[in-house]
Design a protein around this ligand. Structure first.
Ligand SMILES: Nc1ncnc2c1ncn2[C@@H]1O[C@H](COP(=O)(O)OP(=O)(O)OP(=O)(O)O)[C@@H](O)[C@H]1O
Ligand SMILES: [Mg+2]
Length: 233
């Protein structure tokens, strides 16, 4: 069905060669196009694991994962790389910036990988950094940036190629309240469109009102969903 961006059916993930870890125990969920969904739940309940599966970074052990019309569990690793390059943006829990690149170069990486000319890639990355309040720090290296600034560079990198599906793991954890809300505003402006979908993992109750759907996880399962009343226009 065309109105569903993401659908999981009975998704499980078992880690480990020795003592198995059942990280996901049968996840069912749907996220329609045009939505920003929040994924919440206690530490260790499987949020990052699920996000990695949705982003095509991990295969499920069993179950079906459909993203933007693609059945990810049936795709080869190469097909997943190409899908991620074109259509998926990922903000990791650890920012995973490249230490030898400046802020603006880091943000431009997805465009450079796609073969966009360097000058244009840097310009588009610079614009996103500007929107995120980092224009002055565009030439700084990651080690010269605060945790919150590094987080915003990581968000710029995830948004720069305008992915149709954006996943973010704790994007506001390192930010103060004001920067956290500004970041969520930007994610909403840039990523929430009729033909796109966003899934954000968070512990941060201060940003719950940005979610059009709140998906509660516990012990490897979705236990509850909430659709809060729409707020301001
Ligand atoms: N690569 C791995 N190998 C083995 N076990 C793993 C691996 N990755 C995650 N796990 C385990 O799977 C479970 C779910 O981990 P996950 O990182 O998805 O939790 P989380 O909900 O993101 O937690 P947090 O809020 O602390 O980030 C945990 O028990 C974790 O120890
Ligand atoms: Mg996690």
């Amino acid at each position: 069905m065309a109105d569903i961006a993401v659908r999981c059916q009975q998704v499980t993930k078992v880690f480990g060669d020795g003592e198995p870890v059942h990280a996901l125990r049968g996840v069912n969920l749907e996220v329609p196009f045009g939505e920003l969904a929040l994924l919440v739940g206690p530490s260790g309940c499987g949020k990052t694991t699920l996000l990695c599966i949705l982003a095509g970074l991990l295969y499920p052990t069993s179950g079906q994962v459909e993203v933007l019309g693609h059945r990810l569990e049936t795709m080869s690793a190469n097909q997943l790389v190409r899908l991620r390059m074109r259509e998926i943006g990922f903000v990791f829990q650890q920012y995973n910036l490249l230490p030898s690149l400046t802020a603006v170069e880091n943000a431009a990486v997805p465009l450079l990988i796609q073969g966009v000319p360097r000058r244009e890639a840097l310009q588009r990355a610079g614009e996103i950094l500007h929107q995120l309040g980092l224009a002055e720090r565009r030439q700084a290296y990651p080690h010269q940036l605060s945790g919150g600034q590094q987080q915003r560079v990581a968000i710029a990198r995830a948004l720069v190629h305008e992915p149709r599906f954006l996943v973010c793991d704790e994007p506001t954890a390192a930010l103060d309240a004001e920067s956290g809300r500004r970041t969520m505003e930007l994610i909403r402006q840039v990523a929430v469109r009729p033909e796109r979908a966003v899934v954000v993992v968070t512990h941060d109750a201060r940003i719950f009102d940005f979610g059009q759907r709140i998906i509660y996880m516990n012990d490897g399962k979705v236990v509850r969903e909430e659709i809060p009343h729409p707020r301001r226009g």
